[in-house]
Design a protein around this ligand. Structure first.
Ligand code: ADP
Length: 487
């Protein structure tokens, strides 16, 4: 009797394997390893792909040995997106450090892409041209690492995202899934295939890219000491969280409050294009049926709370921010703009910097802490306003997860600012849960209907009846943003 699924969550800063109890639909054990990042030049971010694989294999083995291979039905995978690895097809050895999604080394090239091409890329991939996505990173390695050319000519080169590298190393198969492919800027999200025109523009030959499969495909088999285990069910981390939060209907959305803030919003079978810098992406696919999503992100959310703790020393734990925020009735007119590294959607301004406005002699640390938490909720409001305008879909409620979703004040304030309920699940590891559920579906262990019924709300924050005060505060925040954009 198979009792468990293993969810492998290959994040940017850590890799975790979690044992998911199929009958109880909850996690029973977590094994975790931190992953190093290196910053060889200003704006460059790299990782050692070998380290990613060894640590993934280590945490997987840990779960397998605790559970017993005979009790593990399958392994589901969620991963950091856009990061690029190129490797030798024969040996599996990476030919260069992985270029991480945050890496800006190809910004100049991206800025040089002509307007007509940008438009084509947006239409085909749903993405704005930016160094963030994989295409220009693959091009950089092809242009700058001599081994790439040699292996290419010998027909031995593979290029892929972290999912395809891990699947290759673990199973020997060279595949990726639609969600990860949709972040490469080489994948046509309408035809669900690599796009010839984009491949030739970026100089990436089709034969070095993996086959693209639905999220619920069986990707291969992992050999373990106790026998073979299928690797089935794969999605990029934010998409896995969307699935794990059971956002399965058009208009369902989730916000992850981690270091940054990620909003994903299910737009059903419609591929909604956006006027204000949101990304159109594959949300998930079950078989050939693709569900699309709109995605908006703010670079800084939980990181602002870390700054209060480590930068300013105003709090000693992140959780303390809540006690201070509720100790005052409002911010006393203080407004904070969380633009440490510029502002994302809908402003897309990398020059803007953070700002504290409206400070008086009466300002206390409680006011500042509260202003910081409120600013996180206002960022989410800007994103949801854009999404609703662009899609014409009305959000009914928002599901939340991530570290800062533990903050009751922030979640209540978020409900008040959005005017809709904020629904916090009892299982907040949505990314790993999404990978486990996709794996269960791939193996026929449960159906789509069971995904919704297995999600339990831990608490629902309902919006205040009179929200005029919050609207006034939001207007003050937008005024502060305008000033930050002038800096
Ligand atoms: P990531 O996956 O991006 O590393 P997590 O989802 O683990 O992030 O969330 C960590 C972030 O959440 C940190 O930036 C931390 O400051 C913030 N955080 C954790 N607990 C709280 C809290 N109670 N109130 C506000 N922020 C919190």
């Amino acid at each position: 009797m198979k009792k468990y699924i293993i969810a492998l969550d290959a994040g940017t800063t850590s890799i975790r394997a979690m044992l998911f109890d199929i009958a109880e639909k909850r996690f029973a054990l977590t094994a975790q390893q931190e992953v190093e990042q290196s910053f060889p030049q200003s704006g460059w971010v790299e990782q050692d792909a070998d380290e990613i694989y060894y640590k993934a294999a280590y945490v997987l083995n840990r779960c397998v040995s605790v559970a017993g291979a005979e009790h593990v039905a399958g392994i589901g995978l969620a991963n950091q997106r856009e990061t690029v690895v190129l490797w030798n097809r024969e040996t599996g050895e990476p030919i260069a450090p992985a270029i991480v999604w945050q890496c800006r080394r190809t910004s100049e090239f991206c800025a040089s892409v002509p307007k007509e091409m940008r438009q084509k890329i947006a239409e085909k991939t749903g993405l704005p041209v930016d160094a963030y996505f994989s295409a220009s990173k693959i091009k950089w390695i092809l242009d700058n690492v001599p081994a790439a050319r040699t292996l290419l000519q010998a027909g031995k080169l593979c290029a892929g995202t972290v999912d395809s590298y891990l699947i290759f190393k673990l199973t020997g198969r060279f595949v990726t899934d639609y969600t990860n492919a949709s972040r490469t800027m080489l994948f046509n999200i309408h035809t669900l295939d690599w796009d010839e025109e984009l491949l030739s523009y970026f100089g990436v030959p089709r034969e070095i890219l993996p086959d693209v499969k639905p999220c619920d495909a069986v990707m291969g088999e992992v050999e373990t000491g106790g026998g073979k285990i299928p690797l089935a069910g794969v999605a990029g981390d934010q998409q896995a969280a969307l699935f794990g939060q059971a956002c399965l209907k058009e208009g369902d959305g989730k916000i992850t409050y981690g270091t940054g803030l990620f909003l994903l919003f299910n737009t059903g079978e419609r591929c909604v294009t956006t006027q204000c810098g949101l990304i159109t992406t594959v949300g998930y696919s079950l078989g050939k049926k693709v569900t699309y999503a709109l995605e908006g992100s703010a670079f800084n959310a939980g990181s602002c709370v870390q700054w209060l703790r480590d930068g300013l020393g105003l709090i000693s734990t992140s959780a303390e921010s809540e006690q201070l925020a509720v100790s005052v009735p409002d911010t006393g007119g203080v407004r904070f703009v969380p633009a440490f590294t510029g502002l994302g959607a809908p402003h897309w301004n990398s020059e803007a910097r953070g700002m504290l406005a409206g400070i008086t002699r009466g300002t206390t640390k409680a006011h500042i802490v509260r202003a910081v938490l409120e600013s996180i909720a206002f960022c989410a409001r800007e994103l949801t306003d854009c999404m609703q305008t662009d899609s014409g879909i009305c959000l009914r409620e928002i599901k939340c997860d991530g570290g800062a979703s533990a903050n009751d004040f922030l979640m209540q304030f978020q409900a008040d600012v959005l005017g809709i309920a904020v629904n916090r699940p009892s299982e907040r590891e949505s990314t790993a849960l999404g990978a486990a559920l996709l794996c269960g579906i791939a193996l026929g262990l449960f159906g789509e209907s069971e995904i919704s019924s297995s999600r339990k709300a831990e608490r629902i924050f309902t919006p205040a009846k009179d929200r005029s005060q919050q609207e006034k505060w939001y207007a003050e925040y937008l005024k502060a943003v305008k000033r930050a954009l002038m800096s």
